[in-house]
Write a protein that binds this ligand. Sequence first.
Ligand SMILES: Nc1ncnc2c1ncn2[C@@H]1O[C@H](COP(=O)(O)OP(=O)(O)OP(=O)(O)O)[C@@H](O)[C@H]1O
Ligand SMILES: [Mg+2]
Length: 362
Amino acid sequence: MDVEFVEHLKTQWLAMIDALEDPLVLIDENFNIRRQNLAYVEKAINPTQLDLKEFKGKKCFEVYAGRNAPCPDCKVANARQQGQKTSWTSTELFAGRDVEVRVLPNVDIDDSNALIVVHYRDITQQRALHESLARADKLAALGKLAGGVAHEINSPLAGIMAFAQMALREMSKDDPHLEDMKEIEAAAQKCKLIVEGLLGFARQDSPESVEPYDIVENIQATIRLARAMLRKEKIELRLDLPPKPVYIEGSKGRFSQVILNLITNAIYAMRDGGGELEIVLTELADAVQIKVRDSGCGIPPHIQRKIFDPFFTTKPVGEGTGLGLAISYSIVTQHRGTISVQSSEGVGTTFNVTVPKLRFTS
Ligand SMILES: Nc1ncnc2c1ncn2[C@@H]1O[C@H](COP(=O)(O)OP(=O)(O)OP(=O)(O)O)[C@@H](O)[C@H]1O
Ligand SMILES: [Mg+2]
């Protein structure tokens, strides 16, 4: 084949590979880079300090993970040994992103040396979408079930409470069963709170309870409810709200429940030694964003995916039902909004709630 033609073909192939948005690299069995596409260079650590030629001969884990040994979850060696394609998901390669790493081993470039193709695909968005659909399904099914059960329990529970209260009224102070009866009443009261939580979680708002309201005023009123708790736990509150009303549409009482849930979770996370709670409301073009940030214990990464699940709690038995965030999630969704979390262990947690804004703002 004529050399010029080969060069022409090579340029065409390289242009195609460089046009890919996913990073792609060819390495040898010792992780030395042989070739890479442009996206690979752009995603490297400190790409500006390395020029294209410098990638050749460098180890992939050096330029990509900033390590001096292969990444702990790397399956390149396995794939080579078994001669099979393999893939895994890494959350460590690019901060805060989920990356699918696919390995195609034993690509014969020349006879003596079988190389390995590594392809990286950012699946953060895809995973988030998948999780949110799965969560919505799960919540809808659970909501129906919980609503049904709560409804059934409600009547016998009301009976227990009514009879316990009646008996308490009629008992004399030295009745040997007085304390037992108080226990029954307190336990029934606790059940009532759980049942109310379940019903709240299951309930879809009726159209008449959906109304336009000022979210700034709603947040101020909710914070007033939490002030005493904040003082008691020595938590400093930093509040940043717009000076004028901002209107959204939904159920005022239920939205207030979301903010209160986020505040009580934050307080619980800072129960050892206080801290700082920041609540910021930002008006965007079509939405309002409410940020609730605490300087508490933070949420370990493996737990972050579960916190919106109904009944997920890390609190000791009897202290929490694990419904707070599941209910908040369902309320925010009913407001056609989104809720997300960012957290770092030992540093703190930020919840972001975004809900659509009504067009008029006065
Ligand atoms: N601000 C926060 N800081 C640290 N962890 C948090 C925070 N908010 C939520 N979590 C974690 O998420 C879990 C679930 O929260 P959720 O509000 O749904 O339930 P709960 O607070 O445990 O119980 P309940 O709200 O019923 O009292 C908590 O147990 C905790 O592990
Ligand atoms: Mg809670």
